[in-house]
Design a protein around this ligand. Sequence first.
Ligand SMILES: [Fe+2]
Length: 189
Amino acid sequence: MKSVCWLNFRRVFSSMVRQHFAKECEVALNKQINLELNAFYRYLAMAFHFNRSDVASPGTFRFFKTASDEEHQHAIKIMEYINKRGGDIKLMPIEEPKQSYESIKDAMLEALDMEKSVNEALLEAHAIASANNDPNMCEFLESHFLQEQVDGIKQLADYITQIETSECELSNYLFDKYLLHEDQSMHKK
Ligand SMILES: [Fe+2]
């Protein structure tokens, strides 16, 4: 009984493993968990929008479902890290995502915007870790998040360009074919 009370006391005041882990770093990581879970939820909504029978875009469903799973894993990774450092995990409410999308491009643009915000927060968390002289947290963010984030932003931007190019090129191509077989005179006799 006495040891249980001691364990509770220790949980309230400090973890045994906690060492040079600033409160400010813990707050930044908890904020990051919330952003990752928000991203997980928004990608899930996107995925299942494109899975609807009246939308039926299996490739886009697959892409966003994978993204959703990855964001979930990111949140778990940070939660594991906070426990490893003897911090306290604080889960906060996540926002209701948009339920439908006009087009694949619309969803990709929203995803790009979201990934940039997530990256902004990661860079902030890294700056907080540096300011608090926490090389372990810097290394954690660098090796698991920062490069992946830059790669993801590039991939989304590439997809948006490809969609825009195909929209534009395809319509130009079809219009050109139409003109080829049409009477080209603007002033028909
Ligand atoms: Fe993420």
